[in-house]
Design a binder for this molecule. Sequence first.
Ligand code: 4AD
Ligand code: MG
Length: 455
Amino acid sequence: MESKGQIISRYKTYHYIENLDKYVGQEVTLRGWVYHKTGKGKLQFIQLRDGTGIVQCVVFKGNVSEEVFENAKDLTQESSVIIKGTVREDPRSPSGFEIDVTDLKVVQLTRDYPITPKEHGDTFLLEHRHLWLRSSRQHAIMRVRAAVVKAIRDFFDGNGFKLMDSPILTPNACEGTTTLFETQYFDLGKAYLSQSGQLYAEASAMALGRVYTFGPVFRAELSKTRKHLTEFWMVEPEMAYFDLEDDMDLAEDLVEYIVQYVLKTCKKELETLERDTTKLEKVKRPFYRMTYTEAVEWLNKNNIPLIRKVGGKEIEEPFPWGEDFGAVQEEAIMEQFDKPCIIHHYPAKVKAFYMKRDPENPELVLAMDMLAPERGGEIIGGSQREDDYDRLLERIKEENLPIEAFQWYLDLRKYGSVPHSGFGLGIERTVKWITGAKHIREVIPFPRMIYRIVP
Ligand code: 4AD
Ligand code: MG
């Protein structure tokens, strides 16, 4: 990670493992937990973790008091300790340093830590997510996640965008009514957890020009896949006067920036994750682009069928124009690419009510999805928005959405309506792709899925 500064509290100077290069030959005090310990005769080797990294601390009997040596011998996995010692450069150690211990204080001796270095099943680990986060793989993923979020904020803040938070309790749906979480809102009727901050971002963009909203969103998704959560984080830029082309250009710029930032600042983390970064290094503009219609032609030319379940049986048929892509189609299309591909101009019937019709073909909307290579799937969904009052009203009616709840949204098409566009990038999908994590539940601190709300 980039930030290398030490934190100076008013009371103590804290030393951190990630800053040890500044203290070679000097004495430091490290505060952390025992990741692993081995020992033999007069030597004890403690792998100490402090949240910023792991370093080996060597306790030699001759260098410490008898009591300290005995305490070191008794240490167990995840015991909390404060260790004093001298920093020595050691090219053989993964951190590049070792600590020659001079003093050691046990804060708490841990008994029977449930997660041991041996293999554990997924369910067990998920039940112990509050502890699983301490293991080096999860630790590395969380640091990449933090870097992705920082890259996003830096990108927008540095490019003239203003952060405008959207509410989470909302009176209306944004992305279809089938995935809404609903709650009673005092005497005012039903409220819904936001599926997307977009509609509010549109209002914000009409006030501030270029904005982004960034927060948790909720989908009562019935899909139990490696890519779906019921609560996830999304960043959604929205730009007045941007058309679909501008929108796609911005999406490319953002994704290039994120990936290159992570490559630059998270080398150690990606190494811990054993991530082959050769493809990530190629994530530079321009990305690939194709229309939905071209994608369908490609699928049929390459015999990637649509698989339908009819009466318990799976039936394969040529991919029909007008059907939405599933993971099978997305992954097949992306197999040929070493960087992301934007698919644009989708059939109106598979996309949301707020998307603008293609003036050249009313069956299409000015929509785009960005797919990531290496089975990353859809990381971005976006569009140019319908800016005509009558056509938007018509779409709201067609979808049977309650007009009253959308009156404020329709107002935006009444008072100084302008062409505008935006998109949403899923944080977890992005982190999953960049880290190469197998399942999306590994890339959010506390995943929420159909069958899991604890811890
Ligand atoms: O494609 P989606 O549904 O688009 C929107 O919500 C738009 N309102 C965004 C906009 O134009 N402002 O979702 C956007 C992204 C997807 O591309 C995907 O990365 C992620 O959000 N996403 C999910 N991530 C995890 N779990 C789920 N259930 C997700 N659903 C969507
Ligand atoms: Mg989508």
